[in-house]
Write a protein that binds this ligand. Sequence first.
Ligand SMILES: C[S@@+](CC[C@H](N)C(=O)[O-])C[C@H]1O[C@@H](n2cnc3c(N)ncnc32)[C@H](O)[C@@H]1O
Length: 241
Amino acid sequence: MASSQGPSLRELAVQALSSVEDGYDLLAPKFDHTAFRTPDDVLDATIDALRPLGPFGRGLDVCCGTGAGMRVLASVCQGSIIGVDFSTGMLQQARRAHPQADAQWVRADVRALPFGGAFDLVVSFGAFGHFLPAERPALFAEVYRALRPGGLFAFPLGTPSPMTSRWYWAMLGFDVAMRVRNAVWRPRFVMYYRTWPLDAVCNDLSASGFAVTSVPLTALGHRKNGSARYRLVLARRVGEC
Ligand SMILES: C[S@@+](CC[C@H](N)C(=O)[O-])C[C@H]1O[C@@H](n2cnc3c(N)ncnc32)[C@H](O)[C@@H]1O
């Protein structure tokens, strides 16, 4: 987008008129040159927050895309690391970008994860806008099932922008445009910025059986009211370790 190697406006429009899976297949070759790839500073802040809680054994990156989050897993996990995504195109790019033997890639819809009790750490970056609030309990149940007892589900969430900021109105405008698009066009492309507020997410995680906390990612800056721009949600699968 900002980069000359990123997709053109026409390519973005064609992607936005597709399903989520087809859209990412189309975008995949240029995805790493868009603002949609999770930036390195978010990954670094997550590594810094997770390191004192580790080391972890096996790790899973949910909705891995081209593999941005695998850098986090590689930094804090001592066992095998797996990225899961339903876009074949994104997984092809991920394989190219991460040729190391210890990274594995699985094509699956994360609403039906093909794993049970297998991971010590599950992470996810930049993908939850693709899931409606009503889908959260089922998604969290899948992650819970994929974790070992005592395992951790960790992901960063942005805290709300104040109404006085440009971001507030930009995100609101984007979400309204997507709702109009999805009311008049099929297949739907579910992607909303404002549907995963921290409190509701933590409540749904607790209802799914997780013990939930969050820590501020202070390296990513603060809002005018002093609160951190991002928090790392830490949801532990309780039970016997
Ligand atoms: C914005 S990208 C984020 C990619 C990567 N995590 C990152 O931070 O750069 C969202 C990813 O979620 C994947 N995705 C969305 N819904 C999915 C689902 N139901 N099952 C599996 N993958 C999904 C898309 O294919 C895409 O690769």
